[in-house]
Design a binder for this molecule. Structure first.
Ligand code: ADP
Ligand code: MG
Length: 348
């Protein structure tokens, strides 16, 4: 069965029938617009992320449940990076005739499962046909007290650069998928990332970070955004980068290739933030309580530019950068599942 048989409205009813009413939802699915109740004194946060078949996912190696979860997770990660509390989301789908209804059902199931885990409610969206590619677009709304919201622009010289969890696993997972592997925990970090919502909120509530971003385009590229907007530079220490046991098992020697994958691979959905040195002790205490690893990987400098130093203190030059959808580089077409062409160098 596909959407043709039950029609747009049959499909919308199907989704509406599966959702439970969420906190603050005054009018949900079914009218011309949804109405949500703002929390007094808090600022609304809004973010939108689109997943396009052939650009962000490949139907030959992603299962629909994980795809649904990931579509929401990447949005949750953006609210997490502001230190916010996610609340409500809108789901817009462009569906080609080749997609079976079972696939869409499973995708929505995964999405609603993740929504339940983070207590966010689906309040509406749009459904239309697409000539040949599936497009999933989510707009997520959240909120936070004005003084707790963490921006990209607050990094100051002397602040430490920190990252949650481990990096490079998603890029490794994608690489293994492309080589034909179809299951295993290494692939899950790519297919089904877990957003750091709890950590982002805890950091904001403790007032620790001076700037924060989530890693979607790659550690270097995303740190670059903080540096640009804060008008500062940074020094990173390669031997301090948090690499998972799995990543180290795959790359027993940390060479240029593995290092490039770790710092430029992207889609880690970890939080990358800066914090004043005086707050580091409190930070480590906080993360011990959360049960999440956090690692200090470098320092913010007054001089602009981003350098990556090896264990001997010498600067490492890697030919890497994060993913940019429209960057023209070597003239080849962008690759079909995320992670594409070098967009900007380590040396900015
Ligand atoms: P309109 O024509 O006024 O834009 P629609 O017919 O597109 O309204 O949608 C009817 C209702 O169904 C709206 O409340 C809309 O938000 C909701 N809706 C449509 N598509 C989706 C979807 N994919 N997921 C959740 N809600 C949806
Ligand atoms: Mg509509």
């Amino acid at each position: 069965m596909n959407l043709r048989e039950i029609g747009e409205f049959g499909f919308i009813d199907r989704i509406a029938g599966r959702i439970v009413s969420g906190t603050g939802v005054v009018i949900g699915i079914g009218d011309d617009a949804a109405a949500v109740e703002p929390v007094p004194g808090r600022l609304d946060l809004a973010t939108s992320d689109m997943l396009v078949e052939g650009v962000h996912f490949d139907l030959s190696f992603c299962d629909p449940v994980s795809l649904g979860r990931k579509a929401l997770s990447v949005n949750l990660s953006d609210i997490a990076a502001m230190g916010g509390e996610p609340r409500h989301f809108l789901l817009s789908l462009a569906v080609p005739p080749s997609i079976p209804l079972e696939f869409l059902d499973a995708c929505v199931q995964g999405m609603l499962q993740r929504a339940g885990e983070f207590d966010v409610a689906l309040i509406g969206g749009d459904t239309c046909s697409s000539p040949d590619r599936l497009v999933i677009s989510i707009t997520l709304l959240g909120d936070q007290l004005p003084h707790r919201i963490i921006r990209r622009s607050g990094a100051r010289p002397g602040d430490r650069v920190c990252v949650t969890g481990t990096i490079g696993d998603s890029a490794l997972g994608l690489r293994l998928l492309r080589k034909g592997e179809r299951s295993g925990p290494a692939l899950d970090r790519h297919l089904d990332p877990m957003p750091r919502v709890k950590e982002g909120r805890a950091l904001a509530e403790a007032g620790i970070p001076s700037a924060m971003i989530d890693i979607s385009d790659g550690l270097l590229a995303d740190l670059g955004h903080i540096l640009d907007l804060s008008s500062v530079g940074a020094r990173l220490y390669a031997d301090k980068l948090p690499l998972s046991t799995r990543f180290r098992a795959h790359f027993p020697v940390t060479d240029r290739e593995s290092l490039s994958l770790a710092v430029a691979g992207g889609e880690d959905y970890e939080l990358l933030f800066t914090a004043p040195p005086g707050k580091m002790q409190e930070l480590f205490g906080l993360f011990e309580g959360l049960g999440t690893p956090v690692t200090e990987i470098g320092v913010i400098t007054q001089e602009p530019g981003l350098s990556l130093l090896g264990a001997d203190g010498a600067e490492l030059r890697l030919d890497v950068a994060g993913f940019d959808h429209f960057a023209a580089s070597d003239g080849t077409k962008p690759c079909a599942t995320g992670h594409g062409r070098p967009a900007c160098g380590v040396h900015r």
